[in-house]
Design a protein around this ligand. Sequence first.
Ligand SMILES: [Cu+2]
Length: 151
Amino acid sequence: MKRIPASTLLAALALAACGQSPSGGPERVSTAEASEAFCRPTPNGRQMTGCYLTVRATGDDRLVSVSSPIAGRVEIHESRMEGGMMMMAELTEGLPLPAGQPIELKPGGNHIMLLGVTEPLTTGQTVPLTLRFEVADPVEVVAEVRQPAAE
Ligand SMILES: [Cu+2]
């Protein structure tokens, strides 16, 4: 369960009530949630794998980083075709989340890349992920390790 200190909640309510941030810019309030998280088992001998989930923020927001205690490093990747080959690249600016729109990270598309995974991940295990956002508070999610469902 995510606990929100009462003081934070009151501050958020006060901001919502006046409709402006203290700096005078547009109000920026967002709450994020993630669902259907899973990671592929690590391929034999590899220390990297992809994780997928659906993420949604109530306000215009951005997924800026992901971390996991089981990975040395976690990157947010996009997949794209280059010269007939599927290539992937880090989204260094993070992943934009338009308000209220569920954004699906899925095989062949945007994904979370675990790097430096020292213990092999096998089906049935779980992977804790912490998602950090530009606006919303961090979200903890537990991903199950499994193969993607057949399309
Ligand atoms: Cu990748």
